[in-house]
Design a protein around this ligand. Structure first.
Ligand code: FES
Length: 150
């Protein structure tokens, strides 16, 4: 019979120990935040009437919706240029702070770590690892809806 070396035994014991700790932490997280684990689905939320859409430039749109019986506030930016309309999430792709639009500099600016994006949502400065997220838009019966994961 082959004997297990002391070093191999310690490695296995450490792996088992950390697996048990990870399972315990995950169980506590699921118990405390069950809604965070729930799979979020794309849903379209009304944001404005079609007549109010911007024709040029960037407009911040604030809106509310219900999720898990709670009223949730959100905001997106609509960018209109050359007849095209794009919706950007206001959530910075670095650590999730909400960006603002600086109309003088024509940049989205994140107040947390000075991340900057151009009007197409591309990163131009700071730590954000990727562009602002583009959100789907749909217009039905004169009403504008943005697609967000709820
Ligand atoms: S959270 Fe926006 S730059 Fe860090």
């Amino acid at each position: 019979m082959k004997r297990m070396k002391r070093r191999d035994f310690l490695k296995k014991a450490i792996k088992v120990f950390f697996s048990i700790i990870a399972a315990a932490v995950l169980s506590v997280f699921i118990y405390i935040y069950p809604s965070k684990i729930k799979e979020r689905r794309l849903q379209f939320v009304y944001i404005m009437d079609e007549d109010d859409l911007p024709r040029k430039g960037i407009r911040k749109v604030e809106f509310q919706y219900k999720a898990d019986d709670k009223e949730v506030a959100n905001r997106v930016f609509l960018a209109a240029a050359g007849g095209d309309l794009t919706a950007f999430s206001s959530v910075c792709t670095h650590l999730g702070c909400l960006v603002n639009w600086d109309n003088n500099k024509k940049e989205f600016i994140c107040p947390c770590h000075a991340g900057k994006y151009d009007m197409n949502g591309n990163v131009i400065a700071g730590p954000p690892p990727k562009p602002l997220t583009r959100l789907p838009l749909k217009i039905e019966d004169g009403k504008v809806y943005v697609g967000i994961k709820i």
